[in-house]
Write a protein that binds this ligand. Structure first.
Ligand code: PLP
Length: 405
């Protein structure tokens, strides 16, 4: 009889967004006359930038010709896209990343999940709390998390680094030695962005102990504050201890189109092995590349028009986040994030629980948010709102919440 991966049976039953969907569906069914505004799930609402769709149309036409047809492409991505990323996202910012250190993929979610293939089963894993659930669940599935404890909402073998108001939503270095450290800045869900000074101790720690930083920069495009680093590689020494994940999902509306990339520097070695070579081997074995048409669309973001259109795109969401942040602050809530991030993180009033406040806003304001507790125990007492909605709906949602409060 086959043996299944029994780690899957340890995963807690209800995934955050399915529980939200269940509650929203039940409410909507009982109240069909109420128009709900959704500021919960982090999906985008604007269509793809024109430069992207023009490039994709042209690529489709190319594919219809004998000369322009592309079959299997390079597993690591086409050089036209890797070269543009290396140049514009890194070298133009004074960071020495080369095209062969960049791996194009179908999403930062897949890469964050698949990266665990490179690491042994006994590594100690540290995650921020609250956290993007993918880091936790993929380590649980591969047996690194231990057992799930319903009572504390924690896995026994993971090291949780609370990110709360008291530490400005920045994790403290863990008290015990850890090997794989997930950092995400600008952060989902708290919206906090990290300065160079705040990131440097992590780079120093990883280089000193031989740990690896898994740095998720999916929201890099939302950074506006001068001096906030756009890449972990802006911190000296990061090339010998960090892997960076980036995505076009939120930068340019690629959530449904699927394109992202991961940087694994050649200088990053552990136990004599090159992690760049290992990731290359992993991708060549398990992945057959992102469609040519999609990579052409992504490459259009590195033309002057494409760059501008993506910037305009992000500016709309940044403005929504500002409207949410200012509106809720004026209504008396304690809010953070929403400046270098599309996410606003709001404290629940009067010590209310996250789910309780979620239900109140659903029923009384008809606005869907995300309860902070769904991102980890330290998210209790917060809700997350996203700037990815439509502008007018966002304004209305804030108005409705203010009226309720
Ligand atoms: N990383 C973080 C922190 C995210 O919030 C998300 C999406 O919500 C992703 C990665 C996934 O990005 P992608 O659409 O590229 O898979």
């Amino acid at each position: 009889m086959v043996q299944i991966n029994s780690n899957f049976q340890k995963l807690p039953g209800s995934y955050l967004f399915s529980e939200i969907a269940r509650r929203v569906a039940a409410y909507a069914q009982a109240n069909p006359d109420r128009a709900l505004i959704k500021l919960g799930i982090g999906d985008v609402t604007l269509p793809l930038p024109a430069a992207v769709t023009a490039a994709m149309h042209a690529a489709v036409d190319e594919m219809a010709t004998a000369q322009g047809f592309h079959g299997y492409g390079p597993e690591q991505g086409y050089s036209f896209l890797r070269d543009a990323i290396a140049q514009q996202d890194y070298q133009d910012r004074g960071v020495n990343i080369q095209p062969d250190e960049i791996f194009i993929s179908d999403g930062a979610k897949s890469d964050c999940g698949n990266i665990v293939d490179l690491f042994g089963p006994d590594n100690k894993v540290a995650v921020c709390d609250p956290v993007y659930p993918v880091y936790v669940d993929t380590n649980a599935m591969s047996g690194r998390a231990g057992e799930y404890d319903e009572k504390s909402g924690r896995w026994t073998n993971l090291v949780y680094m609370p990110c709360v108001a008291e530490n400005d939503f920045m994790p403290d270095l863990p008290g015990e030695e850890v090997d794989m450290i997930y950092l995400c800045f600008p952060n989902n869900p708290t919206g906090a962005a990290a300065t160079k000074e705040q990131l440097k101790p992590w780079v120093d720690y990883a280089n000193r102990t031989g740990a690896v930083l898994l740095f998720d920069g999916a929201y890099e495009a939302f950074i506006t504050t001068p001096g906030v680093p756009h890449s972990i590689y802006e911190i000296p020494g990061a090339e010998t201890c960090a892997i960076e994940f980036r995505s076009f999902s939120k930068t340019a509306g690629f959530t449904g189109t699927r394109c992202a990339y991961t940087v694994v520097p050649k200088a990053l070695t552990r136990q004599g092995a090159s992690l760049n070579a290992m990731w290359n081997r992993r991708q060549c074995t398990k992945f057959n590349g992102v469609p040519y048409v999609v990579q052409r669309g992504a490459a259009a973001l590195y033309t002057p028009e494409g760059r501008q259109q993506a910037k305009d795109h992000v500016a709309v969401y940044q403005n929504n986040a500002r409207v949410i942040r200012e509106g809720l602050a004026n209504a008396g809530l304690t809010v953070s994030g929403g400046v270098d991030s599309p996410y606003v993180w709001a404290r629940t009033p009067n010590g209310m629980g996250s789910w309780e406040f979620f239900d109140l806003l659903l029923r009384q304001a008809n606005v869907v948010t995300t309860p902070g507790a769904g991102f980890g125990p330290s998210g209790e007492g917060y809700i997350r709102l996203t700037g990815f909605g439509e502008t007018e709906a966002t304004r209305q949602a804030v108005e409705r919440i203010r009226n309720v409060l």
